[in-house]
Design a binder for this molecule. Structure first.
Ligand SMILES: Cc1cc2nc3c(=O)[nH]c(=O)nc-3n(C[C@H](O)[C@H](O)[C@H](O)COP(=O)(O)O)c2cc1C
Ligand SMILES: O=C(O)C(=O)c1ccccc1
Length: 376
């Protein structure tokens, strides 16, 4: 396993193709799924030389959590679908690597049990909890209590899912439920006798900023909004007292044909103007990808599918190796860019190609370059 891509190939060889489709798939034509990765490929790195150091500092402090690297595990549902230990394995691997894991509300191990497993290793759990706000306040409060009691140190509220994503692969495959024996453990007994069925999660098209105001009053945990794309919404989030933003298009699984998150990053970061941290996910597969996002102002990046592939390939050990690999690639990229610390990653290190055989978008000298920087 030399690359993230190797994990995917190995996982696909092991997995039920229906489950592999669930992981890989996106909404509708999957245009955004492809756009996320492609955007990283189009952006170029322009390194500095002769200003390096023997060791690089990769650790970060983010919303009161500390992590050994600026790559966190974005929330993904259903880990037991690909490994019998499920989220216990993922969380142990994340803790061993010192990485922040965002536990999905639709996890197949209860968030309290995940936290216990990490503590049993003697590790300090760096767990955040992903939440879909439910129409019933008491249900939402119970979920928040479960996460808080488990020791989670932030709430990541997914706001890009007013309706369920249209995963046409899942429809074609008839994949709608977890197999017998698996359940969404955080949902068990939310109301008396509820059995942890994924369909208990209400996607709520009626949500508005007042719900965020309510949440702000309800919890003292840092609140991160996940799935904000429009810079105007980023400004609103700051005004509503949100502590962080996860710039995400849900890995292309919600609204198809939205831009790659990387393309949105410069304008988004400008709108936030340093008031709260911006995290980006979608298509991060290489250390160079992480460096590009960090250079354009992200405080950290998240990975979704790679975690599922690594878990499927090798369980806890697979996720450990994945995180080591990405950490090594990140460190190597910093060295090659002449950066000793993450703060050295600045927009001058990245370029969009401005010439070539393909007539790309015309960018006139002095014009606003989509990726930040002004073309001189
Ligand atoms: C299999 C799978 C399950 C996911 N489950 C959730 C979830 O439960 N909650 C959520 O907010 N996002 C979920 N996501 C979206 C991820 O958090 C993340 O935004 C996305 O996967 C990032 O893109 P990447 O897969 O290209 O790294 C899921 C994504 C995948 C692939
Ligand atoms: O598949 C997803 O992207 C996702 O967000 C999800 C949420 C709840 C249950 C299963 C999947």
């Amino acid at each position: 396993m030399l690359t993230v891509h190797d994990f995917e190939t190995a996982a696909r060889a092991k997995l039920d193709p229906v489950h592999a489709d669930f992981i890989a798939g996106g909404a509708r034509d999957e245009i955004t799924v492809r756009a996320n990765e492609a955007a990283f490929g189009r952006l170029q790195l322009l390194p500095r030389v002769l200003r390096g150091s023997a060791v690089r500092e990769l650790d970060i402090a983010l919303l009161g959590s500390r992590a050994s690297m600026p790559i966190l595990l974005s929330p993904t549902a259903f880990h037991k679908l690909v490994d019998p230990e499920g989220e216990l394995a993922t969380a142990r691997a994340a803790a061993a690597a010192g990485a922040i894991m965002i536990v999905s509300m639709a996890s197949t191990v209860a968030v309290g049990d995940i936290a216990d497993a990490v503590r049993a290793m003697g590790a300090d759990a760096q767990l955040w909890f992903q939440l879909y706000i439910q129409p019933d306040r008491e249900i939402t409060e119970t979920l928040i209590r479960r996460a808080t009691d488990a020791g989670c140190s932030a709430l990541v509220v997914t706001v890009d899912s007013p309706v369920l994503g249209a995963g046409e692969r899942n429809r074609r495959n008839g994949f709608h439920d977890l197999p017998p024996g698996l359940r969404c453990e955080n949902l068990v007994d939310l109301r008396d006798g509820e059995r942890g069925h994924v369909r208990q999660i209400a996607m709520s098209p009626e949500l508005n900023w007042q719900h965020i105001d309510w949440l702000r009053r309800t919890t003292s945990l840092p609140i991160v909004l996940k799935g904000v794309l429009h810079p105007e919404d980023a400004r609103l989030a700051v005004r509503h007292g949100v502590d962080g933003l996860l710039l995400s298009n849900h890995g292309g699984r919600q609204l198809d044909t939205v831009p790659a998150t990387l393309e949105l990053l410069p304008e988004f970061v400008a709108a936030v103007a340093g008031r709260i941290p911006v995290i980006l996910d979608g298509g991060v597969r290489r250390g160079t990808d992480a460096v590009k996002a960090l250079a354009l102002g992200a405080s950290a990046v998240g990975i979704g599918r790679p975690v599922m592939w690594a878990l499927a390939e090798g369980g806890e050990d697979g996720v450990r190796r994945l995180l080591e690999l990405l950490r090594d690639e990140l460190d190597d990229t910093l060295a090659l860019c002449g950066a000793s610390r993450l703060a050295d990653l600045t927009p001058e290190l990245v370029r969009v190609p401005t010439w070539g055989p393909t007539p790309g978008p015309a960018v006139a000298p002095g014009a606003d370059n989509r990726f930040g920087g002004v073309i001189e």
